[in-house]
Each structure stands twice: as structure tokens, then as C-alpha cells.
Design a binder for this molecule. Structure first.
Ligand code: PLP
Length: 357
């Protein structure tokens, strides 16, 4: 079966099999990883190696702390203003979809939010040219969502925001292709899409920005707490961290992010071609900003949605139902989705159209 869930999403089969092999007894220690003390030598080696592998994959310099946190990407919506305002009162946000909106709503509790561009009027199907954005050079930071998981709208380029620190919610696209981390002040990503199981959120943050939190910030919401303690101020999500480490090794074995990028570009392009080549299926997103990871599409007749989903599931193509806000279908095709899964979906779509279109 191929699982097109937006998250928690498919993990590489090899990784799950390795975890299964090691489940009861990790490398002769007589312990499962989930039973280990996070401060013991065994787990410390797992945690350190995972961080190093992530640093290697993304070429992350020592100027950045890499944090393995809990609370999901949603906690970052508040932690970011709490940590990065640094005495300033205004922040810039780009509104390109449902996740941008959530980040904006939370930031408004702490700062004056300037929405520099807003795709609401076009129903989050395109992004205005940067020349038309209203950026504010005195903003504490600019926040954007490189890939909107629900709408399937993705920036093709990293925005150029000059000297203002750039902050990005990479939850549904980190590790899908190479990324120049040095362009960012802070990157965060919930793990449950391209990284590993739910329960873990990665934060990659420039160290020079730490230690200037808003008065009253809880110690657990201060990035410096976690940076100073190797993400072990409290008990971390040990098993999710371990599994993410196995995913990083899988990525390294399989050609790293360059190779992933090639495969992911091909997978997405095939599926969009199939949709565009048919009068029965439709994807509304401006082709310049189509997501490589989350591809929503509708059928010409929504009365057939149920049947489409049932027949897809009967063919081993799972979780294609669209987000409840948009309806229709959504195929999430993260790193762990083999190209063969996309080929099977395309073949099924063609056959369904032939029968019902
Ligand atoms: N941001 C984006 C882009 C997402 O796709 C999601 C979850 O799907 C979130 C934030 C929220 O993540 P979490 O559920 O880990 O808080």
C-alpha cells in the first residue's frame, strides 16, 4: 500500500524495518531505545549522531543551534515572537495559507504584525511578486511558510529580505531538497512529514539571536534553555529523535538531499502533468508556486469523491481525502513515497477517469 497522508506520513520502509529489528534490544544493550535514560551513554550517542547527520545533510554551520523540541510546529508560533522580538515591536509575516494564518494569529498576541503580502483574496492559489510586498525594514523578523501543506502552495525561491532576520516554517518541505540554511535566522519543522514520527519539532536557530526573550517567557519556551542543554533540559521525545536519526542515515545512504530533490521534482511534475492533461482532474495553484510535497486536486464531479476514495483504497492508495477545509483530494508525496507510488496513483486516476469521466 502507498499512504498519501499529509502527516503523520509514510516513513521509509527500510527505517521502520531497522527500528523493528532493534526494537527489543538495541545493539546488544538489552534495552529498547524507548527504555533508555536520555542521559545514558547509549542514548547520548544516538542523539549526538542524529544531530551530526542532520548538520551534514543540510550543511549547517556552528553558528546555528539545532534543537530537538516537543510541542510541535504550533508551539513555535508563540516561541518565535517570545524569543526574536529582541526589544522591537513590529514583525513582518507573509500570509500564503492556513498555517501562515495560525502563525500570524499567535504573533499578534506579542507584537504588531505587518502582513507584507496576503494571498487571501486569491484563495491561496498564488503569491504576489516580491516587488509588491510591503516589507518593513525595522521589523524584528520576517516570517513565512515555504510550503503550505493544506493549500499546496510553495515558494519557488527564498525571499530576499535584506538584513532582517528570516524565519521559516519548513514543516512540510524540510529535507525534500537542498537548502541554504545560511539565508535564515530560524528554521522550524514538525517532524511528522519528511523527518520522522510525530512528537518532535526541529528548530535550527542562529546562536547570536538567543538570550533576549520577552520578560515572563517560561523557561521551557526559551530557545537558549534548550541550546545550552543539548535539548535535554527536560526529557526529550527520545524515540522520535532516534527514528528521525534513522531517517537521516537513510537519506545519506540514498544520495542526500540532491538526490531527494531530483526524485521529488520528478514525482511532482508527473502528477501535475497527469492532472493538467485531463479535463476530469483539476489543481487550482499557479504553476509557478505548486508544491512538490502536497498536491490537492478535485474531480470534475464531486459526487464521485467517495467512490474515488474507496476504489483508490481498494487499490492500495490510502489517505487521499483532501483537507476538511478544502474538500476534494490531496496527495502528499514526501521523501518516503516511492516514485512507484506516484506512478500507481497516476495509473489509477487515468483508469477512474476512463470509467467515470
Ligand atoms: N505548519 C505547517 C506548515 C504544517 O503543515 C503543520 C502541520 O501539519 C503545522 C505547522 C502544525 O504542526 P504541529 O501539528 O506539529 O504543531
Amino acid at each position: 500500500a502507498f499512504n498519501f497522508s499529509a502527516g503523520p506520513a509514510m516513513l521509509p520502509t527500510e527505517v521502520i524495518m531497522q527500528a523493528q529489528d532493534e526494537m527489543l534490544d538495541w545493539r546488544g544493550t538489552g534495552m529498547s531505545v524507548m527504555e533508555m535514560s536520555h542521559r545514558g551513554p547509549e542514548y547520548t550517542s544516538i542523539a549526538t549522531e542524529a544531530e551530526q547527520d542532520l548538520r551534514d545533510l543540510l550543511n549547517i554551520s556552528d553558528d546555528y543551534a539545532v534543537l530537538f523540541l516537543q510541542g510541535g510546529a504550533s508551539s513555535q508560533f508563540s516561541m518565535i515572537p517570545m524569543n526574536l522580538l529582541r526589544g522591537k515591536s513590529t514583525v513582518d509575516y507573509l500570509n500564503t495559507g492556513a498555517w501562515s494564518q495560525k502563525a500570524i494569529a499567535e504573533a499578534k498576541r506579542y507584537a504588531q504584525v505587518n502582513v507584507a503580502t496576503d494571498s487571501t483574496a486569491n484563495r491561496f492559489t498564488t503569491i504576489a511578486d516580491q516587488a509588491d510586498w510591503q516589507l518593513n525594514s525595522s521589523a524584528a523578523y520576517v516570517h513565512y511558510t515555504p510550503n503550505e501543506t493544506i493549500h499546496g502552495l510553495e515558494f519557488a525561491e527564498i525571499p530576499d529580505v535584506g538584513d532582517v532576520p528570516l524565519v521559516a516554517d519548513f514543516s512540510s518541505t524540510l529535507l525534500s531538497r537542498p537548502l541554504d540554511v545560511s539565508r535564515f535566522a530560524l528554521i522550524y519543522a514538525g517532524a511528522q512529514k519528511n523527518i520522522g514520527p510525530a512528537g518532535l519539532c526541529l528548530v535550527i536557530v542562529r546562536k547570536d539571536l538567543l538570550g533576549q526573550t520577552l520578560p515572563g517567557t517560561p523557561v521551557m519556551f526559551d530557545y537558549k534553555t534548550h541550546a545550552d542543554n543539548g535539548s535535554m533540559y527536560n526529557t526529550p521525545a527520545t524515540y522520535s529523535w532516534y527514528l528521525s536519526g534513522l531517517v537521516f542515515k537513510w537519506l545519506k545512504r540514498n544520495g542526500g538531499l540532491e538526490k531527494m530533490g531530483e526524485i521529488n521534482a520528478r514525482k511532482a511534475s508527473k502528477l501535475y502533468q497527469a492532472i493538467d492533461g485531463s479535463d476530469f482532474y483539476n489543481n487550482p495553484i499557479d504553476p509557478r508556486y505548486r508544491s512538490w510535497m502536497n498536491i490537492p486536486f478535485t474531480l470534475a464531479n464531486s459526487a464521485l469523491d467517495k467512490q474515488f476514495l474507496q476504489m483508490a483504497a481498494d487499490n492500495g492508495l490510502l489517505t487521499l481525502k483532501g483537507h476538511r477545509d478544502l474538500g476534494g483530494m490531496r496527495a502528499s508525496i514526501y521523501n518516503a513515497m516511492p516514485e512507484q507510488g506516484v506512478d500507481s496513483l497516476i495509473a489509477f486516476m487515468a483508469e477512474f477517469e476512463r470509467q467515470y469521466g
